[in-house]
Design a protein around this ligand. Structure first.
Ligand SMILES: [Zn+2]
Ligand SMILES: [Zn+2]
Length: 192
């Protein structure tokens, strides 16, 4: 019996079978407790330029998993033009301080990497190969697995990432009605 809770399914009701363009359907859950990036950086005595500050605010408030190009566009929309190098340097700063996670989301959009604020509790990402929906999922079983891994290997675990891919319930139902035209373009298997 499937009894773990799907934290949030934020997909719009109707999606094309194949997502196009750069906008992914990679919405995020706000039900997890996000760390405050600006507060944590201030506590470390890190001074921020206005460009970095706006990028950090965008990551903090993001409704979906954002890649570097999207971060640049959103900064521009807020009236703060930021070049790509600044985006990457800001992301590196946040990664260095372990304040954000970097994801590839099953490479549904090629080699893009996405960034999200680290939450107090890790969550797993499930990606739909067909509509590109991302569902975030947390489970005490995952916490137990991490503790077990750390105990058995002696590792001080700092990053644990689990992604799974397949068909969401809607696409699964659609596929049963009418099989997807190509299965060969799907990424292979789940990765850890
Ligand atoms: Zn996420
Ligand atoms: Zn789907």
């Amino acid at each position: 019996m499937f009894c773990d809770r799907v934290i949030r399914d934020t997909s719009p009701a109707k999606r094309p079978a194949v997502a196009t363009g750069s906008q992914s359907n990679s919405l995020m859950s706000h039900s997890f407790d996000r760390r405050s990036l600006l507060k944590e950086l201030a506590a470390k005595g890190i001074r921020l330029t206005s460009q970095r500050r706006v990028l950090i605010e965008i990551i903090q408030d993001a409704e979906e998993h954002l890649d570097a190009a999207a971060l640049g566009q959103l900064a521009q929309q807020r009236g703060v033009p930021v070049d790509r190098a600044t985006v990457y340097r800001t992301v590196e700063l946040l990664k260095k301080h372990r304040l954000i996670d970097e994801l590839d989301l099953m490479h549904l959009q090629g080699e893009k990497h996405y960034y999200e604020v680290k939450t107090r509790r890790d969550h797993i990402h499930l990606a739909c190969f067909r509509c590109q929906r991302i569902v975030e999922f947390a489970s005490p079983a995952f916490e137990k697995l991490k503790a077990e891994m750390a105990r058995q290997t002696g590792f001080d675990l700092r990053v644990t990432r689990l992604e799974a891919g397949g068909l969401c319930p809607e696409c699964r139902a659609a596929a049963e009605q009418q099989p997807a035209p190509t299965a060969s373009s799907q990424p292979a298997g789940a990765r850890v």
